[in-house]
Design a binder for this molecule. Structure first.
Ligand code: DGT
Ligand code: CA
Ligand code: CA
Length: 574
């Protein structure tokens, strides 16, 4: 059982409790456990074997017992009991973006609607508007949500797919017969969601490898098992295509199966003009209707044969990368070693599960040069938001820690809420005392576009604000971005020297790669932050870096790569 599946059970417990209108703090604590588990870099099974689960910050005795039960039996009693209650039927509807537990309960109680199909019918037939506080508009919203759900259904978040791909590759790699193994497809392009995994292998004995692949413990169903290709379904429903490739074609296959399809079509057009044929087996010159292979072993060779430099997989969307490659203007994409420090994280002062010292130590171990501690402000009660006095206390504490620590600078900061009118949740004289201020929206997501844009731009005008967190508010597969005019937002960010955040939390990846590119083109800086609520979540930075690369970002576009002095200047808007 993968960690993610265990996390899913805890999330489902929270969902059902929410539908039961249970204690919000209890609900939140189950959600937090789910977050902690999905952030773990080690498999729960091996943690149980080798260490104590309760050593994981945020995991208490009760939770540890539940986790053990789930790992040993596949589920836990408490979850099973909850599943027997009437509210459990409604979980499906909770998955519709924009549909909260209140509305789900309302349609259940008033109209006896228990699933998505019934809900869709009721919305189409104008039945929902008969209820309190509901109208034609809310029906439209429900229908849009259902449509969005159906579109994204069957796709997996990057964070749900990448660990599986890595595990499978690690396991298969142990077999000496494998000479080369690599994931391709949308995963290699680091798309935020992937439809299926595509893995390519070269091996001495194909049959052996296919047998090993289909008997992996992650495999639930075998769909196809041939001599050069096999397709399976994993325990979490994800499909994996494994293809065995001849070494002389590995590069060509890698280009082909990495895609995207649009990129492939574009390079095929180029090859045609050069009298070449390009496919998954190689690049071939055609003379007197005779074919001769000119490239195929490596990707570099394939691109070279059509006079292009190697194009990083993250860029292969036919979105300008081929034109850039032609004139040798491909971006020098940001890399892990460029990254100097995380500027958005929470501690026990608000809803994090580690202390300031623990967060700092862990970041120091990662080799970071600086970090910022940024707990929540008072408006977000559920996340333990700080009162002004408490923030001042925390700032003192951060300064104390900073003075003690060597080789790392700890900035004092806050994630301050943007209120409905664009004012901030703390007065300026409080904010001024922070080294860094992150502004964020955690309420009233349903505003009209104009109002929302004005709300945010008003906040940008506050001189204390440095970063705008998770700028579109989306939750992958769960919540659509709020309505906001991104062009205006980007312009305002430029004008008021605000960095937009690329929040690396795997459910967010907000802003998306598309907007990263737009920011770069408008010379707006990006801050890649994990928004960690525990030391384990600091690992999520990888999803941020991958998404940034997909968004064409170079190190100079990202403030977390700045040397300390330059970063301080940025905070002071110099
Ligand atoms: P996904 O799985 O929906 O997230 O997206 P991909 O890009 O991984 O797509 P997939 O798995 O259907 O195919 C993997 C790659 O194979 C794709 O990126 C490009 C290549 N490919 C698949 N079908 C075609 C096709 O009809 N024409 C061309 N030129 N390439 C294709
Ligand atoms: Ca795929
Ligand atoms: Ca595929």
């Amino acid at each position: 059982m993968e960690n993610i599946e265990v996390a899913k059970i805890f999330n489902e417990i929270a969902d059902i409790l929410q539908l039961k209108e249970d204690n919000p703090f209890r609900i939140r604590s189950y959600r937090r456990v789910a977050q902690i588990i999905s952030g773990l870099s080690e498999n729960l099974k091996s943690i149980i074997k080798e260490k104590n689960l309760e050593n994981i910050p945020g995991i208490g005795k009760n939770t540890a017992e539940k986790i053990k039960e789930i790992i040993e039996t596949g589920d836990c009693q408490y979850h099973k009991e909850l599943l027997e209650t009437p509210e459990a039927n409604l979980i499906e509807m909770m998955k519709i973006p924009g549909l909260g537990p209140k509305l789900v309960q309302q349609v259940y109680k008033k109209l006896n609607i228990t699933n998505m199909d019934k809900l869709e019918k009721a919305a189409k037939n104008g039945k929902l508007r008969e209820m309190e506080r509901m109208g034609e508009k809310s029906e439209e919203k429900v229908l849009k949500g259902i449509q969005y759900f159906k579109q994204s259904k069957g796709r997996f978040k990057l964070s749900e797919a990448l660990p599986y791909a890595e595990t499978i590759i690690d396991k298969l790699k142990k077999h000496k017969e494998i000479k080369n193994i690599q994931y391709a497809g949308s995963l290699r392009r680091m798309k935020e969601t992937v439809g299926d995994l595509d893995i390519l292998v070269t091996a001495e004995n194909n049959t052996n490898i296919i047998n090993k692949f289909t008997s992996l413990s992650e495999v639930k169903d075998i769909i196809a098992k041939g001599t050069t290709k096999s397709t399976v379904i994993l325990n979490n429903g994800l499909q994996v295509d494994l293809r065995l490739i001849k070494p002389s074609s590995f590069g060509a296959a890698l280009v082909y199966f990495t895609g995207s399809k649009q990129h492939n079509i574009a390079i095929r057009e180029i090859s045609k003009k050069k009298n070449l044929k390009i496919n998954e087996y190689g690049v071939f010159s055609i003379k007197n209707s005779k074919e001769k292979k000119v490239a195929g072993k490596t990707e570099k060779e394939v691109y070279k044969s059509i006079d292009l430099p190697f194009i990083p997989p993250e860029l292969r969307e036919n979105n300008g990368e081929i034109e850039a490659a032609r004139i040798n203007k491909l971006p020098k994409l940001i890399n892990f070693h460029d990254y100097k420090g995380d500027l958005h994280m929470h501690t026990k002062y608000s809803d994090g599960s580690n202390t300031i010292e623990e967060m700092v130590e862990s970041c120091k171990d990662r080799g970071y040069k600086y970090i910022a501690i940024t707990d929540h402000s008072q408006a977000v009660k559920i996340a333990g938001g700080l009162k002004p006095k408490e923030l001042i206390k925390e700032i003192d504490k951060i300064k104390e820690v900073n003075n003690k620590m060597e080789n790392i600078t700890v900035f004092s900061g806050v994630e301050v809420d943007i209120l409905n009118d664009g004012k901030l949740d703390f007065p300026d004289d409080i904010l001024k005392q922070c080294d860094i201020v992150i502004a964020a929206i955690h309420s009233k997501f349903g505003m009209e576009e104009n109002e929302m844009t004005q709300r945010i731009v008003t906040a940008f005008k506050n001189k204390n604000v440095n970063i705008f967190a998770h700028p579109t508010g989306r939750i992958l597969k769960k919540r659509e971005p709020y309505k906001v005019n991104m062009d205006e937002l980007i312009k305002a960010a430029k004008k008021y020297k605000i960095a937009l955040e690329l929040n690396a939390y795997p459910d967010r990846l907000d802003i998306s790669s598309k907007y990263c590119k737009a920011c770069k083109e408008n010379k707006v800086k990006i801050a890649i932050n994990t928004d960690s609520h525990s030391i384990l979540q600091l690992n999520n930075i990888k999803y941020g870096i991958y998404t940034a690369r997909r968004g064409w970002l170079e190190s100079e576009d990202v403030i977390n790569t700045y040397p300390l002095s330059k970063l301080k200047k940025f905070f002071n808007k110099e």
